[in-house]
Design a protein around this ligand. Structure first.
Ligand code: ZN
Length: 288
């Protein structure tokens, strides 16, 4: 990939080059950053890459496709806007957009949709409407979702996207991520005590929800690996789980996280919850 004229950090360049070496960019990319300018700059690079007409190192920056992309005047690059006061994408526009995605590009070989502030503008309903599109995307259609915090997007959406995190800021509280990793390790530990100890992190009211979300993401990553997909970042833990558990067990664990999150909302006694979680995780992992 050609980074001339773009200020892209080395880590991100590495990720992009590895995507590029496959010859195609992933059909759905989440760019997570608190720096919206940096995110938009990367989005521009990717849109140019998608519509560049040069046969060489793309994007060339000079062909009509690249120039139009830079001027936000390319007929195959779309920046959906919000119309309503709540600053979310309305259902009708989303339905039209989905229909439009199945129509061939106008002039380039690809079509690109760029959603700014996707984590606040895409409602749960819109995201669910998109699921099918993301599962079986039309050929040569790309989606770029810009957001500050990818964790706010549905896990079902996230798992279908390549997530590029800019600047290295933590989106989930790093403490929560670390606690979730400990719990995941505890699940595979021989001694029950280690799991119980790790689950005590849930006693922290501020972190509970984020811990369960991060834990679910680990299971989700393991599922993706089991299905032959790739996951972002350090996947050692997910690899361990994928090597050890079946899809059904992983799904059962994800559901357990969901039901626990619900119980937390209903003010369950946290000691009861951690004891139950410990028992259930052990049951799922050891049953035949
Ligand atoms: Zn070009």
């Amino acid at each position: 990939m050609n980074f001339d004229g773009f200020d892209i950090d080395r880590k991100t360049r590495g990720i992009l080059d590895s995507l590029d070496s496959g010859g195609r960019m992933p059909h759905a990319v989440i760019i997570e950053s608190r720096d919206s300018e940096a995110a938009q700059s990367l989005a521009l690079l990717l849109t140019m890459y998608a519509v560049c007409e040069s046969g060489g190192n793309r994007p060339c920056g000079a062909c009509p496709g690249c120039v139009r992309a830079k001027n936000r005047a390319h007929a195959d690059i779309f920046y959906p806007e919000t119309k309503n006061k709540s600053k979310t994408y309305d259902a009708e526009s989303m339905r039209n957009l989905i229909k439009d995605a199945y129509i061939k590009p106008n002039e380039a070989a690809a079509k690109v949709y760029v959603f700014d502030k996707a984590d606040t503008r895409l409602s749960t309903i819109s995201q669910n409407t998109f699921l099918k599109l993301f599962e079986e995307p039309p050929q040569n259609v790309y989606f770029i979702l810009l957001c500050e915090n990818a964790q706010r997007l549905l896990v079902t959406i996230r798992s279908r996207c390549t997530v590029i995190k800019l600047g290295g800021e933590a989106s989930v509280d790093e403490k929560a991520a670390a606690a979730a990793a400990k719990i995941a390790e505890g699940i595979t530990a021989a001694r029950e005590y280690e799991l119980l100890l790790a689950l005590r992190a849930l006693e922290d009211k501020q972190l509970r929800d984020d811990i369960l979300t991060a834990l679910k993401q680990i299971f989700r990553d393991a599922l993706v690996l089991l299905s032959g997909g790739q996951v972002r970042g350090d996947s050692g833990l997910a690899k361990n789980l994928a090597a050890r558990f079946t899809k059904f067990k992983l799904i059962e664990m994800i559901e357990l996280c969901d039901s626990s999150a619900l119980q937390i909302k209903q003010n369950v006694n946290i000691n009861l919850l951690t004891t139950r979680l410990c028992g259930e995780f052990r049951r799922i992992s050891w049953q035949r």
